[in-house]
Design a binder for this molecule. Structure first.
Ligand code: FAD
Ligand code: MG
Ligand code: MG
Length: 320
């Protein structure tokens, strides 16, 4: 195990993106970061201009032509939003912008304003034209938000970029979306060791270690972007039924899957379903595994043979 690990990091998409390689290949590194930067420029809703913002600016007035790449992601975001029992909703933008959770100016908005914006958070009102690649938000004030899916999409694309440079062993981490590529040169059984963070603790404090090979590991949780007011915690995953942060027994859900787009979609959906309904939903998706972490300190593991989990937390009860 004399492999040398080369780590590169950049601040992108409001988070730290890091890449680990086991060969020195600076052209590949710069291609990866340039690709992520270019995709951020197209997909962001945190700047005034982007392809997605051009759709949002035209809400209620006209369809907007977008690139095939952006259209493809939006098509998948709409599909995920229309799944039965899905809390995933890419039309959630008006509420994300109202609450501002994770950004300057976060607040608990007036109930009337939440109710008014809820009427705009309707994925059925987003019309896609497959032939022309147009997207039309049919009511003024509607906004697309791809925050729960875009990092997964981007991680999968970086895997293709690395492959085009002949790199088939790497880890890409887009702020909570970890994609392990190939087998690990660092361990004798070729498994990558990925840490599961302890909620509300320092970044290097772990609940346990996942052992995976060629898998995506994506976590959605309440402990990265939140604020506390009058002892109540408000986090960034908004319930499209109520307009308030989703309130259930969970601290986080981690999805282990082949691709990161699927992991990103389902970490949000299973978070919304909670443990019991989430486990039921998972039965239909044997191609994924999941880890649920609850507020009352249980770690519920459904591996579906996609990973092993080694606990480091004596204070949590492991259920599998
Ligand atoms: P996930 O659970 O995967 O998704 C939660 C995010 O999805 C929320 O933050 C919100 O954006 C959205 N969301 C909330 N409720 C729902 C729902 N019910 N259904 C669907 N989506 C929902 N952060 C910054 O601070 N500054 C930036 O400049 C910035 N730029 C970004 C640019 C891009 C292209 C992307 C993809 C993200 C950017 N972010 C930025 C981060 C972004 O705002 C989200 O916080 C982040 O994507 C959340 O990812 P997650 O994996 O933690 O959570
Ligand atoms: Mg997600
Ligand atoms: Mg995510």
């Amino acid at each position: 195990m004399s492999e040398i690990c080369h780590t590169y990091s950049q601040q992108l998409m409001g988070t730290t993106v890091s890449l680990q390689l086991f060969v020195e290949n600076l052209p590949a590194v710069s291609a990866v970061f340039q690709t992520i930067q270019a995709l951020e420029t197209r997909l962001t809703v945190n700047r005034n201009h982007s392809e997605v913002m051009s759709i949002n600016h035209a809400a209620g007035s006209q369809p907007v032509v977008v690139s095939k790449l952006v259209f493809d992601l939006i098509r998948q975001a709409k599909q995920a939003s229309l799944l039965p029992h899905s809390c995933f909703n890419f039309a959630i933008g008006p509420l994300v912008k109202l609450w501002k959770i994770g950004f300057n100016g976060h607040n608990v908005p007036p109930a009337e304003e939440i109710a008014q914006r809820l009427t705009l958070a309707n994925p059925e009102l987003i019309k896609l034209n497959e032939k022309n690649h147009t997207v039309f938000l049919t009511r003024t004030g509607m906004e697309i938000d791809l925050g729960a899916i875009a990092k997964g999409y981007i991680a999968d694309i970086t895997k293709l970029v690395l492959a085009s440079y002949g790199i088939h062993q790497a880890i890409i981490n887009c702020g909570g979306n970890v994609l392990t590529i190939g087998s690990s040169p660092l361990s004798s059984n070729q498994q990558w060791h990925i840490g599961l963070k302890r909620p509300f603790a320092a970044a290097d404090s772990l609940l346990g270690i996942l052992h995976v090979q060629n898998k995506s590991v994506v976590t959605s949780g309440i402990y990265e972007r939140y604020f506390i007011l009058n002892e109540k915690l408000y986090h960034h995953i908004i319930d499209p039924q109520s307009g308030y942060p989703l309130d259930n027994e969970l601290q986080s859900v981690t999805i282990i899957s082949d691709n990161s787009l699927t992991g990103d979609i389902y970490s949000t959906i299973l978070y919304g379903l909670g443990v019991e309904r989430g486990l039921k939903e998972l039965e239909k998706h044997q191609y994924m595994g999941a880890i649920f972490v609850t507020k009352d300190k249980k770690i519920i593991i459904k591996s579906n043979q996609h990973f092993e989990f080694k606990s480091l937390a004596d204070d949590y009860q492991i259920c599998s």
